[in-house]
Design a binder for this molecule. Structure first.
Ligand SMILES: [Zn+2]
Length: 318
């Protein structure tokens, strides 16, 4: 039995393949530019080459690779390996899994990238060793992956687990999904950046103006950095944003009661500065439902490797 698998994190800018061993350790990685736009068939050939290359570079015969897993943006039918719609790439009805299987001569699993990364955290990262876990990624939007009893919760049409699009403010801020007031409009990293800019424009006295050249350079880290220096305006922005994060985390707890919730995205580098108040808020909100035994709330640990490792372990997620 082969002990290697290959996991691919396919993004709009780069695609990374990792050769992964049976302990979910990355033996070696290769990253190429995705070079979009390009025809789907051309990209499939590049993906096949990338797989063979990462095996060769790490002195593993490709016939010793048990299977290939791919995490891709878009709506993915895990059963057929069919990518229904992918805005980033401009493909409709992309037969990725079967096409790549024909090119490589091995089994290919295809999964949504957020689910693949969440599964990586589950199998080898912050949620390793737990049975039920939810992974929340605070980025441009809010990604979420729900793993119950070792299996990814996919839904009958593979669109389950979109915690970011649960409405927390009726008739609130317009979301890209068509609804108004979704959690990700209030608690994503981009929401924090947006609120930081609003607060700066209202408060010329905040030191945030001295910490950034202009509003275009404001990011999700600025308010945390300024709050750490004692800036009251920044602290108020951070505190308010953290409560919105806490609202959604409390919803996760009341819905799934997972043993552990992993929070990822660049802003999770804030560590306990973020986690401690989120934990306090969510615990207070859910104490009468959970009867006082709360899930662990921790930061993700695999960062950019989560997608590769999760993809390389997809056969276990079924
Ligand atoms: Zn939405």
């Amino acid at each position: 039995m082969s002990k290697y698998t290959i996991g691919i994190d396919l993004g709009g800018t780069t695609m990374t393949a990792g050769l992964v061993d049976e302990n979910y350790k990355i033996i070696g990685k290769t990253t190429w530019a995705t070079r979009l736009p390009r025809p789907a068939e051309d990209l499939e050939k590049a993906l096949a080459d990338l797989c063979r290359t990462v095996a060769k570079e790490n002195k593993v015969d490709f016939t010793d690779v048990k299977y290939v897993g791919i995490g891709t943006p878009g709506s993915v039918n895990f059963t057929t390996g069919f990518v229904g719609f992918n805005t980033n790439f401009g493909y409709y009805d992309w037969n990725l899994g079967p096409d790549l299987e024909a090119m490589l001569g091995c089994k290919v699993y295809v999964e949504n990238d957020a689910n693949a990364a969440a599964y990586g955290e589950y199998i080898a990262g912050g949620a390793k060793g737990y049975k039920d876990a939810v992974v929340i990624t605070l980025g441009t939007g809010i990604g979420s992956g729900i793993i119950l009893g070792g299996k990814i919760l996919r839904g009958f049409n593979f669109a389950a687990g979109e915690m970011g699009h649960n409405v927390i403010v009726k008739d609130g801020i317009q979301c890209t999904c068509g609804r108004k007031g979704c959690w990700e409009r209030y608690a994503s990293a981009s929401a924090l950046t947006r609120e930081t800019k609003v607060a700066m424009q209202a408060h010329k006295e905040t030191i945030m103006w001295k910490m950034t050249p202009d509003l275009d350079h404001v990011n999700a880290k600025l308010s945390f950095d300024a709050a750490a220096k004692g800036d009251a305006v920044a602290k108020s922005v951070v505190d308010s944003w953290i409560e919105y994060v806490g609202v959604g985390i409390a919803n996760v707890i009341n819905t799934f009661e997972p043993e552990i919730i992993c929070i990822g995205g660049g802003v999770s580098n804030q560590g306990e500065t973020l986690l401690a108040p989120v934990r306090a808020y969510a615990e207070n909100e859910t104490k009468n439902i959970t009867t006082g035994r709360f899930p662990k709330i921790v930061a993700c640990t695999l960062h950019n490797d989560a997608g590769v490792i999760g993809a390389a372990a997809l056969e276990n997620s079924i």
